[in-house]
Design a protein around this ligand. Structure first.
Ligand code: G6P
Length: 603
């Protein structure tokens, strides 16, 4: 509030976009009255149906945030129609576990949020649903670290949740059971509102536009001398897929925003949904809108890989927000520069804000994190102990671990090449060391991801054939999704290799720092968002430099016990302090301090 007043005053008379580069839509003022739709809203509130539909069996999610080793299905399926029965069933009942349970950001955080932002109705918006149907029946937690974080976000803000039906199985279920469901979160439940684009629209939006085009731009993955070729296929995918699905999602958010009892607080997530905020702003001008971007925001020059109408629409879309959240301060700087350079907008560097159409849009860094209590709980669970016993059967003297989705941004192949260098330069390690790459196949409906996975397999097979023998296999490549196995790996590494080309944050690092019990060292890419917080306590590498990576792995394997202990304690402290609760509270505080003007109500 204070900032906004100051800012507008400081820039008085100069708040409109200033150059011809600004797309026309950016300079239009939102003019609808906030009370225009009040009668309709009241009618909705009175008639609001809580959709008690046919009961759906849910497998409960574990609250822990294992970012890469994804779908979790545990405990027994719940088939009752009362969502309040959704309680976790985890592990032992020791005082330690009970104290961890108390620290989970459930109850007290929820009270904190409703105290800090009274009279707001939160709506979480994401591409994926929190739970997805499993082929064998029941549900599993939606894949990826984002969903884990959003489960906590929806839990503490008591949010409704808007998402896409992504697969035929989901589309069928929505057809059968309607598009609004009651679904479990961690302790409580949410009203889940499905958007149902056709299969073709979804494919164009997800498999052609969001992945790879946007993902590749935002992780600097294009080999620009050759790729991308922006052809008719991409233009069509933009228009008929990305724009269309964003429109459908926005319409759903608007419909939900008109039903909720208080001022809508719309929390949109990630690169699949850049166009949503602007459309929602036009229809619900009184709503508070925040978009959080989980992946890197590249430089203005790199955005220019994308045709102007696309990159301008993305900025326009995001500038419908009050606050745009990023993983790191570098992303914030790049975003402000992009607004200035590519759209000619006026930016206030000191306040980290963009001035647009008489409004202020703040850019802020909120590095995401893990739920330390749940992660620790999981690390001590029976299932993880069972996996650790299995690991003991084959554990080499020195264990290098990586856990990643098979995404080109994760830089798995260069990791293997660095390891090969290590075997060449330090032949004494042969037979003693093993590199366990536990990888989760990802986005296999996108050709470039299939090719990458093939390459990962080929390189691992070549290294094994070339250097292995006498019962020793240099690389243990495992493909699969098993959260307990991932946790066992993180508890036991001597070196954890996290060498992404670029990465929004990377939660595996934070999980590794918290649960490792073998004083293992983390080798971390300087281009991972988590590097900003952890750089003094890890071995930093340039992810392209395989010589330096090999050297850092060696340093990690041979560092003195005291030094490892010192660094690990410091890294653990950082993650414990900056855990998921901090991620949430900082956002809530900013929403209160920068935006939440009392008395406004959405139109
Ligand atoms: C990772 C990224 C997220 C992204 C998610 C989507 O977790 O860090 O930014 O939203 O993947 O993955 P999906 O499998 O849904 O394409």
């Amino acid at each position: 509030m204070r900032f906004r007043g100051d800012l507008l005053e400081r820039h008085a008379g100069r708040t409109l976009p200033v150059t011809a580069a600004v797309p026309e839509q950016l300079s239009k003022r939102v003019s609808r009255s906030v009370t225009e739709r009040l009668p309709e809203q009241l009618a909705h509130c009175i008639a609001e149906p809580i959709a008690w539909r046919e009961p759906v069996p849910f497998a409960q999610p574990i609250g822990g945030a294992i970012a890469a080793a994804v779908p979790v299905s545990c405990a027994k399926p719940i088939t009752g129609s009362d969502p309040h029965v959704a309680m976790l069933e985890l592990g032992s009942d020791s005082p330690f576990m009970r104290s961890l349970e108390r620290r989970r950001p459930g109850g007290s955080m929820r009270a904190y949020v409703s105290r800090t932002l009274p009279n707001h109705s939160a709506i979480v918006v994401s591409n994926r649903a929190p739970h997805e149907p499993r082929p064998e029946g029941g549900f599993a937690r939606g894949a990826g670290g984002v969903v884990t974080a959003l489960l906590t976000l929806a839990e503490v803000t008591a949010a409704d949740w808007v998402c896409c039906a992504r697969t035929d199985a989901e589309r069928k279920l929505v057809e059968k059971q309607g598009d609004t469901w009651t679904a479990p979160l961690i302790r409580s439940h949410t009203r889940l509102h499905y958007v149902t684009p056709s299969r073709e629209q979804y494919d164009q939006y997800y498999s052609v536009m969001a992945n790879p085009v946007l993902w590749f731009i935002q992780h600097y993955l294009w080999d620009l001398a050759q790729q991308p070729i922006i052809n008719g296929r991409i233009h069509r995918a933009w228009k008929d897929g990305y724009v269309e699905v964003n429109r459908q999602v926005a319409e759903k958010v608007i419909a939900v925003g008109r039903q909720v009892p208080h001022r809508p607080l719309v929390l949109v997530h990630d690169y699949q949904l850049y166009l949503v905020p602007r459309i929602v702003r036009q229809q619900l001008p009184g709503a508070i809108i925040q978009h959080f971007i989980h992946i890197p925001w590249p430089t203005p020059q790199y955005w220019k890989v994308l045709p102007k109408e696309m990159r301008s629409a993305i900025l326009e879309g995001l500038l419908g927000c009050d606050i745009v959240g990023f993983q790191s301060s570098l992303d914030v700087r790049n975003f402000l520069m992009t607004c200035e350079e590519n759209a000619g907008l006026q930016v206030d560097e000191r306040e980290k804000a963009v001035l647009i159409d008489g409004r202020v849009v703040y850019a802020r860094a909120y590095p995401i994190s893990i739920d330390v209590a749940s992660t620790t709980r999981l690390a001590f669970s029976h299932g993880v102990m069972v996996e650790e016993r299995r690991l003991k059967d084959w554990r080499p003297e020195r264990l290098i671990v990586r856990i990643d989705r098979t995404d080109p941004s994760k830089n798995i192949v260069r990791g293997f090449l660095a390891y090969e260098k290590l075997l060449i330069q330090r032949p004494e390690l042969r037979g003693q060391v093993q590199f366990w790459a536990f990888l989760q196949p990802s986005r296999q409906d996108v050709a470039i991801y299939r090719t990458y996975l093939r390459r990962v397999r080929q390189v691992a097979a070549r290294i094994n054939a070339q250097y292995g023998g006498n019962g020793w296999m240099p690389i243990r490549l495992e493909l699969g999704e098993n959260i307990r196995k991932a946790m066992a790996a993180l508890r036991n590494f001597d070196v954890l290799l996290v060498n992404p080309v670029y990465d929004g944050l990377n939660l595996v690092v934070k999980e590794g720092a918290v649960v490792n019990r073998t004083e293992g060292m983390i080798v971390l890419s300087e281009n991972a968002g988590a590097h900003e917080e952890l750089q003094s306590h890890v071995l930093s590498i340039n992810p392209f430099d395989i010589e330096a990576t090999a050297e850092a792995i060696y340093t990690g394997l041979t560092m003195s016990a005291d030094e490892r202990k010192r660094r690990n304690e410091a890294a653990r402290d950082v993650v414990r302090t900056n855990d998921i609760s901090r991620w949430l509270t900082r956002q809530v505080q900013d929403i209160r301090d920068l935006v939440a003007v009392p008395g406004l109500r959405a139109g």
